[in-house]
Design a protein around this ligand. Structure first.
Ligand SMILES: Cc1ncc(COP(=O)(O)O)c(C=O)c1O
Length: 386
């Protein structure tokens, strides 16, 4: 079976550095907030072009810290795309606030700025006042933050970038980390920059917000952790994970280049077979996932089974719109019909994507997909699905 992602190939490249980093941590024994944590925060802040990096325990906790820094209060609304991973929307109810679901763009799969007015209206009809927007850099491509930011400024909203998947990407030559008021990322092992467990980080330029998040990640600490000046949580990055990230960051740029090469090869190989993902003008992607659109009417389960038989794993990100998931069904939804979200949920398929995928494997994936689609009873030709 071709690996869907290949952490073993990556580990073989840097194992000695990771072991050396672990050795140092074992020697000094500062497993929580050891010196490696401050060191990786400095490196990450520089990579993201951000004044502060506040590392934390997961991408989800990064979002919670960001919402706390924005002063989100119970009952307030935050606009979020419905075509995303649960965490982007989940963090609002966790704080007693309300996700307001908006539509995505059919080409980039990211929050469609044109759907923001309808989302605002839907929220207000439900008596909810939106105070912010969480854009998501889905599959590695940043959302259209120029348009989202313009709308937010006109309406007095803040913007948080959920860059769990898109850390390392850029938009109009600005790195992820500079595209929104606050940027959050995840170091879950499968992410482009992953550690060996859970981890995350928040990027912000504002000194006071950085200070507040540093306090919140340690129980709302003041001058020391036994002075509790606000309600917080336990949300620190482990020192051992910081050591892993330090080794991985050394090869991150090279891995991003390799991912782009893999994406370029796929685009050529999949021509006429499925709709490859497209980047907006000025955008680069960290290619967390390589997600194609299958022809309308395709029996996707049959395609996945046929791919598996030929040694090609695949996955569906995401099969159900967030606004249709049971715990989220009562929250406001943009009145635009959400047809793009529904269509994507029914047709997307993620193919193997990692920096160490070779061309022969990619040919195998493309050939398997062509065969699987030939047998799947798809209703339309490529001209119908672009
Ligand atoms: C878009 C998005 N947001 C947030 C998260 C949450 O990250 P974590 O799993 O580190 O909590 C993920 C992770 O899968 C994600 O893909």
């Amino acid at each position: 079976m071709i690996p869907f992602i290949d952490l073993a190939a990556q580990q073989a490249r840097i194992r000695d550095r990771i072991e050396a980093g672990f050795g140092t941590v074992l020697d000094h024994g500062a497993y929580v907030m050891g010196p490696e944590v401050a060191a990786i925060e400095a490196r990450l802040a520089e990579a993201a072009g951000s004044r502060h990096c506040v590392s934390c325990s997961s991408g989800t906790d990064a979002l919670i810290l960001a919402l706390l820094a924005q002063g989100l209060r119970p009952g307030q609304g935050v606009i979020v795309p419905s075509f995303t991973f649960a965490a982007s929307a989940e963090v609002m109810p966790v704080l007693g606030a309300v996700p307001v679901f908006a539509e995505v763009d059919p080409v980039t799969f990211n929050l469609d700025p044109a759907s923001l007015p309808a989302a605002m209206a839907a929220a207000r009809e439900s008596g909810i006042e939106p105070v912010g927007i969480i854009g998501v850099g889905l599959f590695g491509q940043p959302a259209d933050y120029a348009a989202i930011g313009a709308f937010a400024e006109a309406e007095g909203l803040w913007v948080v970038d959920d860059a769990a998947q898109s850390f390392g990407a850029s938009l109009n030559n600005m790195p992820v980390g500079q595209l929104a008021d606050i940027t959050c990322t995840s170091f879950f092992p499968a992410k482009p920059l992953g550690c060996y467990g859970d981890g995350g980080a928040v990027f912000v330029d504002d000194d006071a917000k950085a200070e507040l998040m540093r306090s919140c990640r340690v129980h709302g600490m003041g001058k020391n952790k036994y002075e509790n000046i606000r309600i917080g949580m336990t949300a620190r990055l482990d020192t051992l994970q910081a050591a892993v990230l330090d080794a991985k960051l050394d090869i991150f740029e090279d891995e991003l280049d390799r991912r782009q090469t893999v994406a370029d090869h796929y685009e050529a190989l999949l021509d006429g077979i499925a709709v490859p993902p497209r980047l907006a003008a000025g955008a680069t992607s960290s290619w967390a996932q390589y997600t194609v659109k299958l022809p309308a009417g395709t029996d996707r389960d049959a395609v996945m089974a046929a791919l598996k038989e030929r040694g090609v794993p695949s996955a569906i990100y995401y099969p159900v719109p967030m606004h249709r998931q049971p715990p989220y069904q009562s929250y406001p939804v943009s009145g635009c019909g959400m047809e793009v979200t529904a269509d994507l949920c029914s047709r997307v398929l993620a193919l193997p994507m990692h920096p160490y995928l070779d061309y022969a494997q990619q040919q195998q994936v493309a050939a398997a997909l062509a065969t699987a689609l030939g047998n799947s009873g798809a209703s339309g030709g490529m001209q119908e699905i672009a």
